[in-house]
Design a binder for this molecule. Structure first.
Ligand SMILES: C[S@@+](CC[C@H](N)C(=O)[O-])C[C@H]1O[C@@H](n2cnc3c(N)ncnc32)[C@H](O)[C@@H]1O
Length: 187
């Protein structure tokens, strides 16, 4: 529980010691609720990203961490996952330990819109279309040319993907998308 008894200062101005932070509560209302990518979708995401040892792999809104954990286990690369929900971040850390990759992947309770992306060479997303579109300028500004962005299920509106895999067999078409950051992306 976040305890701020009647106080004439806004919460952000209180000395840290006065705040009892709820370690189970998301930092703010998540932009997208938690829903794990299916195993088939993760397979397609890994195929599109084709991660290798020199990559730095980010999962923005990592949930239970499975996507970045599998990518790191497959490639030997280093990974970072961020999520607003500290419970999911702890679950992801436990899953990484179980998978034996704790030394390769770090998870943080953090807003993806406030996460510095410059070191990432692969970025995984499973968000919503409007959140993808809101994130796109930041991705193109901060990522280097050649970086791969892979999104489960949702596209980037007008920004055409480099490649797309369609998973068959569901009630409606399920696409997984890849964009490769071009040389000309705005910096
Ligand atoms: C659909 S789930 C995807 C989980 C995981 N990436 C996967 O593919 O299995 C979306 C996740 O994004 C997180 N999330 C939503 N808005 C966020 C934000 N602004 N910053 C960080 N995480 C966010 C939610 O808490 C949730 O865990």
């Amino acid at each position: 529980m976040l305890l701020i008894a009647s106080c004439r200062y806004p919460a952000r101005d209180l000395p840290g010691a006065w705040l009892q932070i709820d370690r189970d509560r998301p930092l703010r209302q998540p932009d997208v609720p938690y829903e794990p990518s299916s195993d088939r979708a993760i397979g397609a995401m890994l195929e599109l990203a084709a991660p290798h040892r020199e990559d730095v792999i980010y999962d923005l809104g990592c949930g239970d961490g499975r996507v970045v954990i599998d990518a790191v286990r497959l490639s030997g690369a280093r990974g970072v996952g961020v999520d607003l929900d500290p419970k999911l971040v702890r679950l992801a850390q436990a899953n990484a330990a179980r998978a034996g990759v704790s030394g390769h992947v770090s998870f943080y309770t953090r807003d993806l819109f406030e996460t510095e992306l410059r070191e990432a060479s692969v970025v995984f997303l499973f968000l919503w279309p409007e959140i993808n579109r809101r994130l796109l300028p930041k991705l193109l500004r901060e990522l280097r040319p050649g970086a791969r962005i892979v999104s489960n299920m949702h596209d980037m509106g007008e920004y055409a993907p480099t490649r797309r895999i369609t998973l068959q067999g569901g009630p409606q078409p399920h696409h997984v998308y890849l964009w490769v950051v071009p040389d000309s992306a705005a910096k």
